[in-house]
Design a protein around this ligand. Structure first.
Ligand code: BES
Ligand code: MN
Length: 462
C-alpha cells in the first residue's frame, strides 16, 4: 500500500470502512425494498409516506440537518442537508426516487417482489436496482466518509416519490424552493451502466410524452352477428390509427414530429459506434433475433438519440378464456413517445391531437389524454464533477468509463437545468439485465459494492 498524503490515508480508511459495512448496507436496503412504494397505485399512499419517512430517518442517522418531508399533491418529497464541509467546498444536490414500478405479472416472480431475497450474487426485489439500491449506495458511501475523515464536500438531498409516473409535482416544488435547493451540481445515480465491466456516464436522456387514446363507437357492446358489418368497430379503427403512426421506413408520421429534432453530428455518431452496444448486445438483452426501427440509424442511435412512438398497452372487447362474439363499444391504447432535444412533449400532444383529428373516421369518436410529460436533456461533459466521476469510475473498475446517451427518461435532469441552472452527473450501478420494471428485478451485489467505492472516491476527488 502506497500512502502518500493525508488525503490518501483518509480515502483508504473510507474505502475500507465501506467494504466492512457491506452486510449492514444490504440489510438496510432490504428494509427499504420491503416498503411497496408503487407510485402509480393510489392505494399505496400510506406506503409512499412510509418510504419517505424511511428516507428521512436514514438522512437523520447520517447526521443530516433540516430534514423535511414536503407534502405535494402526490407523494411527498424528502429534503435534507449536510453542510459541514467548509462553504468554499462545492455543494452536491443528491437526487433519488423512492418510488417503484408496479409488480404485475406477479406469477412470474420467483420470490415475492417486496420480500427481498439474496440468491447468488443478486438481491431480488422491486426497486432493488431502480433505484433504492442506488440511493443506498450513496448513503453507504457518505456514511463511510463521515465515520472516517469527515465529509469532503457539502450535500443537499432531494428524494422524490413520483419519478416512475413522470414526476408530475416535482417542477412546482423545485420552482418554489430554488434557494433551498441551490447547489453547484446534482448527482443523479439513476442512469445505470452498459454492463458490469463497463462503468458508464450518461450525458443524454430522452424525454417522454405519455398518452391514452379512447375510441368510442356504439353506446354499448353489441352482438357482432346482429350488428357486425354495419357498425364501424372501434378496435379496428384504433388498430388502423396506430398502424398509420409509422411509415414503411420506421419513421413516425405525426405532422411536425421531427421538426425540432437535433441532428446527430458525425463526431458523435463515431463515438456512439465505439460503444459495446451492437446487434449481439440487443439480441442478448431482448431475446429478439431481428430488429426494427428508423432507416438510416444504427440500433444504438435508434434507442437513444432518435425519437420514438411506442404502444405500451391495448385494450378492447373480449380478452377472456374461450370466445365471445362481441362488437366492442370502446377501444383504448396507451401510447408514449420518447423525445430527444429539442422536442417538446406539449408540442407532441398537439401533433398527436392533429393526427387523430385528421384520421379518425366520422363513424367513431376519439379522445386524447396526456398522462405525463418530461423534457429530454444533454449534459455538459466538460463539467468538473463529470471529470471527477470519470476518474472515480476509472480508479474503481480499472478501465475508462464509457460515455453514452440513454434511451430512458429522468425528467428531473432537464428541470434542474431549467430552474436551478445546474448540470447533473448521471451514472448508476444498475445493469441492463437487472429486469428494471419487469418481474424478478435484481441488484448485482458486487457491482453495488464497486459503486459504493466509486462514490467514496468521487466525493473525495471533488
Ligand atoms: N432509472 C430509470 C431510467 C433509466 C434506466 C435510465 C436505466 C438509464 C438507465 C427511471 O426510473 C425510469 O424508468 N424512468 C421512467 C420515467 C418516465 C416514467 C417519465 C422511464 O424512462 O420510463
Ligand atoms: Mn429509476
Amino acid at each position: 500500500m502506497s500512502i502518500t498524503t493525508a488525503d490518501d490515508v483518509r480515502l483508504t480508511a473510507a474505502l475500507q470502512y465501506a467494504s466492512d459495512q457491506k452486510d449492514q448496507a444490504i440489510d438496510s436496503l432490504k428494509s427499504f425494498v420491503r416498503i411497496p412504494s408503487i407510485s402509480t397505485e393510489k392505494s399505496a399512499r400510506p406506503e409512499m409516506e412510509r418510504a419517505a419517512a424511511w428516507v428521512g430517518g436514514r438522512l437523520q442517522q447520517l447526521g443530516a440537518q433540516n430534514v423535511r418531508t414536503f407534502q405535494t399533491e402526490g407523494a411527498p418529497i424528502v429534503y435534507g442537508e449536510l453542510l459541514k464541509a467548509s462553504p468554499e467546498k462545492p455543494t452536491v444536490l443528491v437526487y433519488g426516487h423512492y418510488d417503484v414500478q408496479p409488480v404485475e405479472p406477479l406469477g412470474l416472480w420467483e420470490s415475492l417482489p417486496f420480500e427481498p431475497e439474496v440468491r447468488g450474487e443478486h438481491l431480488f426485489g422491486r426497486g432493488a436496482s431502480d433505484m433504492k439500491g442506488q440511493i443506498l449506495a450513496v448513503l453507504t458511501a457518505l456514511d463511510a466518509l463521515a465515520q472516517t475523515g469527515g465529509l469532503p464536500v457539502n450535500f443537499k438531498f432531494m428524494i422524490e416519490g413520483e419519478e416512475e409516473i413522470g414526476s408530475p409535482n416535482l417542477d412546482k416544488f423545485i420552482i418554489e424552493h430554488k434557494e433551498l435547493l441551490a447547489s453547484d451540481f446534482a448527482l443523479n445515480p439513476d442512469a445505470g451502466m452498459i454492463g458490469r465491466d463497463y462503468p458508464t456516464i450518461t450525458y443524454g436522456l430522452r424525454g417522454l410524452a405519455y398518452f391514452e387514446i379512447q375510441i368510442t363507437g356504439p353506446d354499448h357492446d353489441l352482438h357482432s352477428g346482429l350488428f357486425g358489418g354495419v357498425v364501424h368497430n372501434p378496435a379496428q379503427v384504433l388498430c388502423e390509427l396506430i398502424a398509420g403512426m409509422h411509415d414503411a421506413s420506421g419513421r413516425v408520421t405525426l405532422p411536425g414530429f421531427y421538426d425540432r429534432v437535433r441532428q446527430l453530428e458525425e463526431a458523435e455518431r463515431d463515438e456512439l459506434r465505439r460503444l459495446p452496444v451492437d446487434e449481439i448486445y440487443y439480441r442478448r438483452q431482448t431475446g429478439c433475433s431481428r430488429f426494427f426501427g428508423e432507416e438510416g440509424y444504427s440500433l444504438v442511435e435508434r434507442a437513444s438519440a432518435r425519437p420514438t412512438l411506442e404502444v405500451n398497452g391495448l385494450y378492447s372487447g373480449f380478452t377472456g378464456e374461450g370466445s365471445k362474439t362481441v362488437l366492442p363499444a370502446k377501444a383504448m391504447a396507451k401510447i408514449s413517445c420518447r423525445l430527444v432535444p429539442d422536442q417538446d412533449p406539449f408540442e407532441v400532444r398537439e401533433q398527436l391531437s392533429q393526427y387523430l383529428h385528421d384520421h379518425t373516421p366520422p363513424t367513431v369518436r376519439s379522445e386524447l389524454t396526456m398522462h405525463s410529460a418530461g423534457y429530454p436533456s444533454i449534459t455538459n461533459l466538460d463539467h468538473f464533477a463529470v471529470q471527477a466521476m470519470q476518474r472515480a469510475l476509472e480508479a474503481t473498475w480499472g478501465v475508462r468509463p464509457l460515455v453514452r446517451r440513454e434511451g430512458g427518461s429522468i425528467p428531473v435532469v432537464a428541470s434542474m437545468q431549467k430552474y436551478l441552472g445546474i448540470e447533473s452527473v448521471l451514472t448508476g450501478f444498475s445493469l441492463p439485465e437487472d429486469n428494471l420494471h419487469a418481474p424478478n428485478e435484481k441488484l448485482h451485489l458486487p457491482t453495488f459494492e464497486r459503486g459504493v467505492q466509486a462514490l467514496v472516491r468521487f466525493f473525495t476527488y471533488l
